[in-house]
Each structure stands twice: as C-alpha cells, then as structure tokens.
Design a protein around this ligand. Sequence first.
Ligand code: PLP
Length: 385
Amino acid sequence: MFAKRTNWNLTANRLSEALAAHRAAGKPQLDLTVSNPTECGFEYDGAAILDALRNPAALSYEPNPRGLESARGAVAGYYADRGTSASIEDIFLTTSTSEAYSYVFRTLCDPGDELLIPSPSYPLFGFLAEIHDVSLVRYPLLYDHGWQIDFHTLEQAVTPRTRGVIVVHPNNPTGHFAKSGEMAQLSSICSERGMAIIADEVFLDFALEGERPASFVSNREALTFTLSGLSKISGLPQMKAAWLIASGPKQWKSGALSRLEVIADTYLSVNAPVQLAMPRFIEQRHGFQKQVIERVRRNLVELDGQLGAQRACFRLKVEGGWCAVLRVPATRSDEEMAIELLNAQGVCVHPGHFYDFPSEGTLIVSLLSPEQQFAEGTRRLLSAW
Ligand SMILES: Cc1ncc(COP(=O)(O)O)c(C=O)c1O
C-alpha cells in the first residue's frame, strides 16, 4: 500500500522511552535539551506581535510565488542591516527552513542524486532527504582547537551524482561558523564541479565573539541557496515564516529562479497575515537576540566555572548558536549515559550520536536553558563523574 520511502522504523529509542517513563511517573526533570525559544522564559513584545497580525490587507488574496513584496523587502532589509545585499527578486518565502530545503532539494535533485552534509550536524536532514528520494553523503568536520571542514574527505566524497553541499553556518550543535577561507574553498569546489551550496544560516546572528560573520547570501562564485527564518532569528517558530535566497553565476541563478517559481507557485504556502506581519516580526529580532546572547554567555560562564572545578569533563569551543558540546569519559555509550543521567540525576541531555558524533563520550547541552535550571542541571551532570 505505501511507498518504500515511508517504511521508517518509528519505534521509540531507549532514551525516549526512559523520558516517557520518567514523565509518566511524575518525576521532576531538569531539561538541558530545550530548544523551543517560546518556552525558555524570554520576554517578547506580545502586543506588537499580535498587533502585527491584525492587518486589514490580510482580507484580500494576492498570490505571488515569491511571497508579498513587503515581506521580501523586510528580508532584504535584514541583510542590508548586516552589510550585505539581497535582491527581492531572488527571495522566496516559505513556511519554514525545512520547507525551503524541500524546494531546493526538488530543484536540484533527481531520485538517487546525492547531497553532502556535515557530520556532526543537526538530525533533520535524514528525513528530509528520504522524503525527497535524495541520498545523503557525510563530510566530516574535524575538531582541533576549533572546528573545521575536512576538505580532503569532502572532495573525495563527490561523485557524478553529487548535486550540492549543505553547510550549516554556524553549525548545530558544534556552534562553529564557516570561515572566509572555507567559504571561498567551498565555492570554488562547487563552481568547478557544477554543484550548489545550500547554506543554512538560521543561527547566523548568534555569534558570541569577534566580528559579525559574513552571510553566504552575497556568494556569487557558485550557485548558492541561503536559508533562514524567523524561528531562530526572532524566536518565533510558531509563525512559520522563513525564506530562501538564490545567488551565484547569472545563468545558474536564473535557471534556479524559474524552477523555484514553479515549485513555489504550486504551493503558495505562506499565509497573508504572517507575510504582512513579517516586517514587524523581523524587527522583533533585536530584543530577542539580545536576551539569547546574554543568556548563552551567562550559561557558558557558569559551565566553565563548574568544569574548572573538576577534571573529568571539558567542553569544546563554541563560536555561536545555542548549544555546548561536552566531552565526558566514555565509560559507556552516550545513550546509556544520557539514560543514566535522567534516571539517577533527573537531568535530560542529548547523546552525541543524536547529532551524528562519530565517537562515544559526547553529550550536548542547550545553552538556552534558564540560568538556574542550567546551573543545577550542570551540577548534577558533572556529579556523575
Ligand atoms: C540548523 C537548523 N536548521 C533548520 C532548523 C529548522 O528551522 P525551521 O523552524 O525554520 O524549519 C533548525 C531547527 O532547530 C536547525 O537547528
């Protein structure tokens, strides 16, 4: 009856089962995996957000495959504020970054074509690829006083079926940005081989140190799709508003735009009230990002203070984003460790394999957790060694 691609093994993993049992027993839990910004105690300008949804223009329907011009103008304004330019003709609005990936996969890949993805990285890609009949091939990120792309292995992973390289900038959960040299190298590899760059920049604004990192949106050397959206930038995942922007050599870009136009016109997926509200939602990012960056910094200081008082565990360098990667003694599998931390300490963390870390001894904690919860959760976590 069903497509083979949907034969997913949906049985809960052991950690999810342990979590469900923990909750069912009504036991308290210190959650160091929180990623939903609307549940982390940040202050939002609720009146402005709701008011933005009351635009009378939402009573009429103006279908446009790229999305309303006013909303795309606000997206272009966001890049202008960062010192880069994006033309509104190159922008397509989508309901989520995931949907933007979907449009790009459909534009680039025939069934069985390949995309290169970073490893470790965010676990969304597996399902997205399967739904679109795309094969994923991993390229490793190496850690040596900071993360970097292993270009040698990346180039070896390219086959005649490789259509593009996904780069998450900064990556989740490693929190590292692609450096300008890496961006240039990636562009020349992709342009030489007729491959596209798919740059996921949902965490671009959450840099913790140094200069503001450059966006891929101004990349002209290789065909590039830059993806972002309000779920992270303004902390508004419930509004379902995101975008993709095409850039690159003229002939490739115009081919991409005309194809994207057909895909987007088939769905016309973003609703009018949200599109009309986008300029104000994008404005909301200033207050939200300030709070997030302050919290992430405070939690990192707390984490470093606690790590400094012991010798068993340490953390990897974080340049941005919302997570920290902890190296802990690999006395058992990461999953067993996470289950034991939950059962014995009431602390919930993500095991490294969730993000495709190749070796045991890695736990991921969210730096978005409210400070007290983070401090107590970290204390309990570290008391396990
Ligand atoms: C790297 C990365 N890309 C995309 C997404 C999904 O974003 P959206 O809510 O816009 O689909 C996430 C969500 O956590 C993410 O971590």
